[in-house]
Design a binder for this molecule. Sequence first.
Ligand code: F0G
Length: 342
Amino acid sequence: MERRLDPLGYKRIVRERRGSYEPLFASGVWRYRELLPPIDPTSIVSLAEGNMPLYEAPGGASYAGVDRLAYLHLGMNPTGSFKDLGMTVAVSAAKAAGMRGVVAASTGNTASSMAAYAARAGLEAHALVPRGRVTQAKLAQMLEYGARIVEVEGSFDDAFAQLDRVADGALQIVNSTNPFRLEGQKCAAFSILEQRGWHVPDWVVLPGGNLGNISAIGRGFREALELHLIDRLPRLALVRADAGTQTRATAIAVGIPQSRERASRELHESDGIELVASDEAIFAAKARIGREGIGCEPASAASLAGLRILRERGRVAPDADVVAVLTGHVLKDAGAVQHAAV
Ligand code: F0G
């Protein structure tokens, strides 16, 4: 990336934009538009995404065994997941390119987000989902926003393999293999930094499925470093479901992550770590997050579960300053609460 800007001046500008009434700057993605691909403003489709809270979580900190923990709650986005950060850019780009519609394979959240942004853009949305493995809430969102749903036998990987059969020249694939998605999602890193006064945490822990999000967040931190907005990188911890495609954290039931190479690079660059958590550990962590009045869908709780495991193994120091990323809203999988043993 060959961009130069005055770091202090830029921090001031994004802060001023946060308080402005300019509709585009109601978005915590487009406030960073200099750091995004250039898209004609008349094509931009935004739902005021990207304004996520960073919640201090003393209960979660003591559960995991660290001094300081905060949750960046990406479930507090317009469609209830982190996907909105990337989808605003990907759908805007598809609209600018004159596409007829968009298509994605999904465990539910990508497709819910795609459906909403496509509806706002006046584009068709086609969702390929694994039959019987997507929550009611996510299917309801897709239907509400007018998406066409194709249920595929098997797992997310089988749905992904069908993508090329549905996509034609006028239907843009908006899975995280679409580079515009990652550009938007990298703004989650800027949000963490901005809300902490650009003070870098020691660790950022997040759940992984297709590994688009860690690729994007890792890139966001690296760009912030290159632009001298920060002077070091946080270490990244990626937590996947031990049960693979069979996990009850259905959002991350992915067998073959499409962004494996990019994710491995980000883990390497940040001196990061990858681990798995059992469903038991994920659901226990989810209950703990709920008891602190925050709540999340099961996949998100993999971050707290993973942090606890890293502490038990001595990989994260007790005095570490940690941000855990919560990726989806508690109501995305209301049924999952029955599994929680508190
Ligand atoms: N958390 C939630 C709630 C998700 O929906 C996903 C992915 C992830 C974490 C993992 O993110 O794939 O970038 O590593 N959901 C995708 C979907 C697979 O289709 O909605 P990732």
